[in-house]
Design a binder for this molecule. Structure first.
Ligand code: FAD
Ligand code: SF4
Ligand code: SF4
Length: 399
């Protein structure tokens, strides 16, 4: 990149908060347009130009092998495992593997800063992206802020600070935009630690979800849709509340998910170097996908802090996915006692491990395919990656 090219973007003007973004209603508020890197928005925005396939090859040096079921579903990878920290970080979303990798990278001098997301003082769920430079700042970003988060809004600060080695933690749509402009950041080395992500919401949507689903919305400190087909809420007093998926008020909750997330096919964060989630591991383990050698280097830093086991799978997801597509489309809500019973039965005989991961991907891709087809038919062809086309092609979908 010449210096003229590199300074070109600095002349661009970030958009003001609250103004309409180039991707309009599909914007996931990834933060790029809050910076002068908006200059590249047409090529970088996941909702204007979907190019996961192309970026996978440039990032991992090879395309996803669509003939291999694990790669078709989970993306390019060289290793997969179930894992958990021997000494979990209290208050982390799961056991704190993400925070631990970030801390090791900073403390061992591999990076000078870590892009992560804390919350504002007033609201534990209002995201506040930062560049962390200390262990304390990384730990203050632990636990999900389960809302759209403008993680890339701190990118201008990177160039200004002169930082050359950086770790970015983020979800798929943020990472697609980041990878598209990676070469413009002037870094010597970028490390990317991703989490899977699905069904994200605006702050207002989150409030509606909490009020519709939890017995005590004001005291919820975190929640997760877990592999046992229940939503687990953790409350301030340390108590845990569980609600079966099948008991969710689908008719009310149908509209809370952000349009970006109803159009998203990068559930597994295809462009990160390493991904830490849970959905490919049996409950209550976390799940790690190492995509390339950089991801391997990151994992090695914390291996002695982890207990690991090989990935497994059990059950057959397909009948449950097909029934779920139809029930969701009709917005069926079951009476709570039936929902609880179904939850117990499906937990006993339902999909587990990687098969649960495939269940969740199939269900969400089918729903999102129908959403894009019905609401943005002109975008469908270009917006649907080939892997997603193959996945949804396995099911009978309503018109
Ligand atoms: P911690 O050590 O607690 O660290 C969490 C990290 O997440 C922090 O570094 C923070 O910077 C970052 N973060 C928090 N909120 C956001 C945000 N809104 N955007 C970007 N980064 C954020 N995993 C699955 O397997 N299946 C799913 O369906 C799934 N859905 C998710 C939805 C969302 C919105 C998010 C943020 C994550 C989701 N995950 C999912 C990942 C999972 O919930 C855990 O985050 C992951 O397993 C890491 O847990 P941990 O204890 O290691 O993380
Ligand atoms: Fe801009 Fe990101 Fe919104 Fe796309 S998703 S319009 S890049 S802020
Ligand atoms: Fe971004 Fe997709 Fe997560 Fe929505 S579901 S926040 S679009 S990665």
């Amino acid at each position: 990149m010449t210096s003229i090219e590199s300074s070109n973007h600095k002349k661009a003007k970030a958009l003001k908060p609250g103004s309409v973004r180039p991707a309009k209603e599909l914007c996931s508020e990834c933060g790029l347009c809050d910076t002068y890197y908006i200059h590249y928005v047409k090529e970088a925005c996941a909702f204007i130009t979907q190019k996961i396939d192309q970026l996978e090859t440039t990032t991992h040096n090879r395309p996803r092998n669509l003939e291999d079921e694990n790669e078709l579903y989970f993306g390019v990878h060289q290793e997969m495992m179930s894992a958990r920290k021997l000494q979990p970080i209290e208050g982390a979303q799961w056991t704190g593997i993400v925070s631990s990798i970030a801390i090791e990278m900073l403390n061992r001098g591999l990076v000078e800063g870590v892009v992560c997301v804390q919350n504002t003082k007033e609201d534990r769920f209002q995201p506040m992206p930062i560049i962390a430079r200390t262990t304390e700042e990384i730990l203050a970003a632990k636990v999900n802020k389960p809302t759209l988060s403008p993680n890339l809004s701190v990118l201008e600060q990177i160039e200004e600070s002169g930082m050359k080695r950086l770790l970015v933690i983020g979800v798929g749509c943020q990472i697609q935009a980041l990878r598209a402009i990676e070469k413009k950041l002037g870094l010597e080395k970028l490390y990317v630690l991703g989490t899977p992500c699905v069904d994200n919401v605006t702050r207002a949507g989150l409030q509606k979800f909490l009020e519709t689903t939890s017995r005590s919305p004001a005291t919820v400190v975190s929640y997760e849709f877990m592999q046992d087909f229940r939503v687990h809420f953790k409350h301030e007093d340390g108590s845990e509340e569980t609600v079966p998926f099948f008991g969710l008020k689908t008719n009310i909750l149908k509209d809370i998910f952000a349009p970006s997330c109803m159009s998203c096919f990068d559930y597994v964060n295809s462009l990160a170097d390493i991904v830490v989630g849970y959905m490919g591991a049996p409950f209550p383990w976390q799940w790690i996908l190492v995509r390339n050698d950089t991801g391997q280097e990151m994992l090695e830093l914390v291996k002695d802090q982890l207990e690991t086991q090989p990935v497994m799978f059990q059950g057959d997801r397909k009948p449950a996915v097909q029934q779920g597509i139809e029930a969701y489309d009709k917005a069926v809500t079951l009476p709570m006692w039936v929902a609880k019973l179904m939850g117990v039965v499906i937990d006993k005989i339902g999909p587990k491990g990687l098969e649960y991961g495939r269940f969740s991907i199939d269900s969400h891709f089918a729903r999102n395919y129908l959403y894009v087809k019905r609401n943005h038919p002109e975008k469908l062809e270009a917006h649907l990656p080939e892997f997603a086309r193959r996945i949804v092609g396995q099911y009978n979908l309503p018109e």
